[in-house]
Design a protein around this ligand. Sequence first.
Ligand SMILES: [Zn+2]
Length: 333
Amino acid sequence: MVSYKELGLVNTREMFAKAIDGGYAIPAFNFNNMEQLQAIIMAAAETKSPVILQVSKGARAYANQTLLRYMAQGAVEYAKELGWEKPQICLHLDHGDSFETCKSCVDFGFSSVMIDGSSLPYDENVALTKKVVEYAHQFDVTVEAELGVLAGVEDEVSAEESHYTKPEEVIDFVSKTGCDSLAISIGTSHGAYKFKPEQCTVDPATGRLVPPPLAFDVLAEVEKKLPGFPIVLHGSSSVPQDEVDTINAHGGKLQAAVGIPEEQLRKAAKSAVCKINIDSDSRLAMTAAIRRVFDEKPAEFDPRKYLGPARDNMKKLYIHKIVNVLGSDGKAE
Ligand SMILES: [Zn+2]
């Protein structure tokens, strides 16, 4: 048993309370490798933004849970070296699929876990979430739960269609489970293909696809039922079209990739939404930079010469999200 407190990590409780009061959101960035983690920490340290490092099931399978946890521990020390005296870094399990997975993360130094019972019948979701909360809270580890189903694909999380969260269920769910935050479904979805072209309209000026707006009415209803309770948005990448264009200009083939417009996320960040998950955008930034090097310098074979630019491009993206979308800069001085 390792306590996250010994590792210098923090849970989400204080982060979220301050974010709701301050009208901003905390970035939750997924990581699978060193360059991604470096970019996240450099961006957070430079902007003095609290940050949530997320480990998904896919990341655990790819990089190993043990290695990722030690990387997060190293990230705290690295942040201090960068001059961030009191780093506020949370290590979070993304989409925990069972009590056992959540328990193993709690026991191993994670400061926050998500239990995703959203695909289960309501009562089973309540029972599973409650069990995880009872275990995690003994160690002051915070728990995110989910109600409503998101469309799209993120690792093994998939659903044919989106089912918006039912606002009439949230009070009962939160009071029965004791969860610390709640991921809701209001039209965001996982991956870089969030909407089918037929769901979108076309911007006549640019010819780009414009996705349907998020269900802010559902969010407002949830907020009314649970005033001041932390709400989480998954699947909130914006799929920057300049990165998509760079990828396609250098041999890639991403067609009709569509994300959530940043002005909608900005609006959400000012509400009870206090955690916004961003994963695909960093994948796009990394891939765009690597493709450019491979295309422009075909003789290059030193991984540092293409992973370095990839890291720079991800850092730029993270800083942009923190400063221009979430508003979390300067909140962890
Ligand atoms: Zn998710």
